[in-house]
Write a protein that binds this ligand. Structure first.
Ligand code: C5P
Length: 277
């Protein structure tokens, strides 16, 4: 970035590796902002689907990307994503949408717009940005870059657990809003595990694993800005690490780089005390 006060830390890696969880914690610890670039691709895909744009029509998708406003707002309960002023934070996480995002992410014209959006958001600020190409393409001059990876099996397990938690939460919400019978009980659907047996559990995991593998193939095989480790990115294999251990490793690397390139880091306002806790 040309702007002198901009300072970017990039975290790239495949689906389900924990970039968002880790990125948010690292950003908080360093008093940086946090940007999830995947949310922009997701929001554009949501708009294309809602407006019934043919996802095979490249020009229509590029036009749509050029005419869309995407904003992020930090709140106490997390970051909200706004698509043309509409809060779409939850909608963009739906699995049916996740399966379609690659159609827009494959297009150079769409990526150009998404990159422009990212660059304007971070301009003049300190950001942890995460995605697939943030270190390799969008912010090639970022002074600190990470590439997180983990085995397919581990990533699928993490995503599966996450989906289960969300499902349980939804079921609990449904349970609380379900009408109560005269004896004070609510419907069966209120019991999170009442209709989920072991085989169903195994099947769902296999589905998540297959989806992770498919998304990897698509992210790595696309001709424009494929998922790669930037030459100067630090690789962290998170397969056998907890979230906290990954955060500690990342902060340790940042502290080491800060000590090596003191002047460059001084203008970022990064304090040693935030790095060495
Ligand atoms: O990170 P997340 O899973 O939300 O990203 C959704 C999709 O957006 C990815 O599967 C990928 O196709 C696309 N993406 C991308 N480049 C990025 C971030 C996300 O192509 N920098």
């Amino acid at each position: 970035m040309s702007n002198k006060s901009t300072f970017i830390i990039t975290i790239d890696g495949p689906a389900g590796v924990g970039k968002s969880t880790v990125g948010k914690i690292v950003a908080k610890r360093l008093h940086f902002h946090y940007l999830d670039s995947g949310a922009i691709y997701r929001a554009l895909t949501l708009k294309a689907i809602t407006k019934k744009v043919n996802l095979a029509d490249r020009n229509a998708l590029i036009r749509l990307a050029k005419r869309t406003r995407i904003k992020f707002r930090q709140t106490d309960s997390g970051t909200r994503v706004y698509l043309d002023n509409r809060n779409v934070t939850k909608l963009i996480r739906r699995p049916e949408l996740t399966a379609q995002v690659y159609q827009l992410a494959n297009l150079a014209g769409v990526r150009k717009e998404v990159n422009r959006i990212q660059q304007s958001i971070v301009s003049g600020k300190k950001y942890v940005v995460e995605g697939r190409d943030t270190g390799s393409v969008v912010f090639p001059d970022a002074p600190v870059k990470f590439y997180l990876d983990a085995s397919h099996a581990e990533r699928a397990l993490r995503r599966h657990r996450e989906l289960e938690i969300l499902q349980d939460r939804d079921e609990k919400q449904r349970h609380h809003s379900a009408p109560m019978s005269p004896d004070g009980h609510r419907g069966e659907a209120g019991h999170p595990d009442s209709h989920r047996d072991a085989s169903e559990h195994g099947l769902a995991y296999k589905k998540v694993l297959d989806e992770i593998k498919l998304r990897d193939r698509r992210d790595k095989a696309r001709s424009v800005a494929p998922l790669v480790q930037a030459r100067d990115a630090i690789a962290v294999d998170t397969t056998h690490l907890s979230i906290n251990q990954v955060v500690v490793q990342i902060l340790h690397h940042i502290a080491r780089l800060a000590a090596q390139r003191r002047n460059n880091f001084r203008r970022s306002g990064l304090r040693q005390s935030r790095l060495c806790r």
